[in-house]
Design a binder for this molecule. Structure first.
Ligand code: PMP
Length: 359
């Protein structure tokens, strides 16, 4: 066999492979996965029925245009169907947005720390990442992000609430920021955790999209709607951007099962949002519990909490795992912990308390 291997693009060098949250051990005592911001509730029976029925025809390709889902979303948001573009999870749509706007010589701005996929999808497209540090309070520094715009900037991600800190930016500051962004730079409001927001200062990105042609909103069925394993996300964007998303889409990237499950989930929204409400109550309990133990916890509006642990990050994650909950360490920086079922949250709180006391 020849010693040479296929030439790969230089950009791929140094790109880390996306790391998923660690799964819960199947051989441990009890093990809960609080490492991927998933919804802990099992699928609704109605969604299961739809999925089972749709599975009967998986010998056929799905509807490429996701017509039923796109129409349902367009009606719900009061936008033209041509402004809705679906994709293989919102991370798939995010990747398409970068591909559509930025290549070698271009720049993509995002806060750091933020969603782990931003640097990866930026680097894959050949563009340069411009990371703007969060404020000391772990919030997007929108003034610094606006200052970072150059002639090469093509896209800016604003993750609201931010993964992994859970922090948000409010309408006033976001509008002030958007006023400073040139019209030919796309701003992507990543609202993967939108349904968990209770802070009235936070605007609905769709309202901002309505007023500004360079704003696009990214949403997902993976979190509040509990369909993470089915891979369906979408963007609401003005015509040229939405059209570019249709061009950059992997053909048939959203299965028929996923499309139909998403439609039924939208129709079962009352029940699903009720579950979100319970998770928000659990979130309050977890945050208050941690603060009572003496931890500093940033104000979170998502389904997770962030603990800045610095050098103690890995030790903390290991202590949680020994206690029976798997969390997400970002070594040297902090730990992100998903708000899960009550029992899992109890185990986590106990582990955090033990760690604090040096047990
Ligand atoms: N955006 C943010 C901020 C996220 O945290 C995630 C999931 N971790 C995604 C997008 C992607 O989610 P999905 O691809 O499942 O829609």
């Amino acid at each position: 066999m020849s010693e040479t291997s296929p030439k790969l693009r230089a950009e791929l060098e140094g790109i880390p492979t996306y790391k998923p949250g660690k799964p819960a051990a199947s051989d441990g005592p009890v093990a809960y996965k609080l490492s991927s911001n998933e919804n802990p509730y099992p699928p609704l029976p109605g969604v299961m029925e739809t999925v089972t029925a749709a599975a009967a025809s998986f010998n056929r390709y799905p509807d490429l245009a996701c017509t039923g889902l796109v129409d349902e979303l367009a009606e719900r948001f009061g936008v033209p169907a041509s402004h809705v573009a679906t994709g293989t999870g919102s991370v798939g749509v995010a990747q398409q947005l970068v591909q559509a706007t930025a290549g070698p010589g271009d720049e993509v701005i995002y806060a750091w720390r933020s969603f782990e996929a931003y640097p990866i999808i930026t680097q894959i497209s050949g563009a340069a990442s411009v990371r703007v540090p969060l404020t000391p309070g772990d919030v997007h520094d929108l003034d610094a992000m606006a200052d970072a715009i150059t002639e090469r900037t093509r896209l800016i991600f604003v993750c609201n609430p931010n993964n992994p800190t859970g922090t948000v930016v409010g309408r006033e500051e976001l509008e002030r920021f958007l006023d400073r962004v040139p019209g030919d730079v796309l701003v992507v409001l990543d609202e993967a955790y939108r349904e968990f927001i209770r802070d009235p200062r936070v605007p609905d990105g769709i309202e901002l999209y309505r007023e500004r042609p360079n704003v696009c909103v990214l949403r997902t069925f993976s979190k509040a709607y509990g369909l993470a394993g089915l891979r369906v996300g979408f963007a609401v964007a003005h015509e040229p951007v939405a059209a570019a998303l249709r061009k950059t889409a992997v053909p048939f990237g959203v299965s028929q099962i996923a499309q139909e499950a998403a439609i039924v989930s939208l129709r079962a929204e009352d029940e699903l949002l009720g579950r979100v409400g319970s998770l928000v109550c659990e979130r309050t309990r977890v945050v208050e519990g941690l603060r009572a133990q003496g931890w500093t916890v940033p104000e979170t509006q998502a389904n997770f909490v962030w603990l800045r642990l610095g050098e103690r990050t890995v030790a903390f994650a290991e202590a949680c795992e020994r206690a029976g909950v798997v969390v997400r360490p970002f070594p040297g920086d902090g730990v992100r912990v998903t708000v899960g079922e009550t029992e899992a949250n109890d185990i986590f709180l106990k582990a955090a308390e033990g760690f604090r006391k040096g047990l």
